[in-house]
Design a protein around this ligand. Structure first.
Ligand code: ATP
Length: 362
């Protein structure tokens, strides 16, 4: 069993010419955790991963693995291993030689390295294919070989760059479960880059949401989803309405807001001064149709679209200065009191289901 290492990214920046790809990020990834770096294309997640691996130099800051500062060490001396998006298998070598390759480079004798490679292939349930070439494998099998090859160096941390992106949707979900199982079994730190929020939520102990070279939020999947820190996180994770309002007052840990186009609501989170403009996130599945039990809370909007989804119905609503507000209600609630496009309906939600959003510097 390998040992796991904490990864400490301390005020790290990556600058390519005039582009700041990673902007002074700090992050501690606990030893033995599954961490997903999540964000849209160009947000700096691959650059961050490559700096941890040593495939990219760090422009400013330090990376510490366990107790060792690895900032200036070559990849092979860091105790990390990387699995690439394309798997980067050697087409002319059989699986044993593919998996044993890095041991060959470090001078391990042939019998030992072949025996260890076979063991790794066994771990991945691929020993039956040991003498095949990569082209004779399915996508999922190639991925297992790539994993075996990365893990043979006994790394303290495995770094995975979009490892599931080459797989079809069905295989993606199956291999996702295998990755999670493997991480638990090995107990080492996994850092996995993805642009899929669903993938990150399914796999991670810690989700690190990045935008524009910065970390918007680093927390458990549940926390990121239930209490998004910023408007960016709420929008990127989906299933939230982000609406802006002016703070009118606060009491009992709740802040009251006035919507631009009329209507008021309460939200929980960090108290803001009266008069300030603030964004709040409201889960689409926590919105209710009808008058609020607390008089005057909520707003009235016009239904602009209705989408039947089976177990739920998605209503799109305009009003109170909000261009598009979404409410997902159960089919039962919808058919109990059906509404139609063009109807004006009151909407409300519980104050604790409206989360006050911060900005990166607040
Ligand atoms: N070698 C390079 N030279 C110049 N700019 C680069 C280089 N590599 C990345 N960049 C820029 O740095 C920024 C971050 O890139 P990075 O690849 O880290 O993002 P990403 O979040 O991984 O995106 P993707 O999901 O598309 O891979 C982008 O603006 C990109 O254009």
């Amino acid at each position: 069993m390998s040992k796991a290492a904490e990864i400490d990214i301390a005020s790290v920046s990556k600058i390519y010419g005039k582009t700041i790809a990673v902007d002074a990020i700090s992050l501690k990834i606990p030893a033995g955790s599954y961490c997903c770096l999540l964000g849209p294309s160009g947000c700096g997640k691959t650059s961050t991963l490559r700096m941890i691996a040593g495939h990219e130099t760090v422009s400013i800051g330090d990376i510490v693995l366990g107790k060792e500062v690895v900032t200036d060490l070559p990849p092979a001396k860091r105790g990390t291993a990387m699995m690439f998006q394309s798997y980067a298998l050697f087409p002319h070598l059989d699986l044993i030689d593919n998996v044993a390759f890095s041991l060959k480079m470090s001078g391990v004798d042939k019998d030992t390295r072949r025996a260890r490679a076979l063991n790794m292939l066994k771990l991945m349930q691929m020993e039956a294919y040991a003498s095949r070439k990569p082209a004779q494998l399915s996508g999922g099998q190639q991925q297992r070989v790539a994993l075996a090859r990365a893990l043979i160096t006994d790394p303290e941390a495995l770094l995975l760059d979009e490892p599931l992106s080459a797989l079809d949707p069905f295989l993606k979900i199956r291999m996702r479960a295998e990755l999670k199982k493997l991480q638990k079994q090995l107990g080492i730190t996994f850092v996995h880059v993805t642009h899929s929020q669903e993938e990150a939520m399914a796999l991670a102990d810690i989700v690190v949401v990045m935008s524009d070279g910065r970390i918007e939020q680093a927390a458990s999947p549940r926390e990121v989803f239930e209490r998004p820190a910023t408007a960016f996180v709420a929008r990127f994770m989906g299933d939230h309405n982000v609406i802006g309002g002016k703070v009118t007052g606060s009491s009992d840990g709740l802040v009251t807001f006035e919507l631009v186009g009329g209507g008021t609501f309460s939200a929980s989170g960090q108290i803001k001064a009266a008069g300030s403009d603030v964004d709040a996130a409201i889960r689409t599945d926590h919105v209710r149709i009808g008058e609020s039990p607390v008089k005057g809370l909520g707003f009235t909007g016009i239904i602009s679209n209705i989408e039947y989804r089976g177990a739920t119905v998605k209503l799109t609503i305009e009003g109170a200065g909000i261009a598009e507000f979404t409410a997902i209600i159960t089919d039962k609630a919808y058919y109990a009191t059906p509404v139609a496009v063009g109807d004006a309906v009151p909407l409300h939600w519980d104050p604790e289901d409206a989360i006050i959003l911060g900005t990166l510097n607040s």
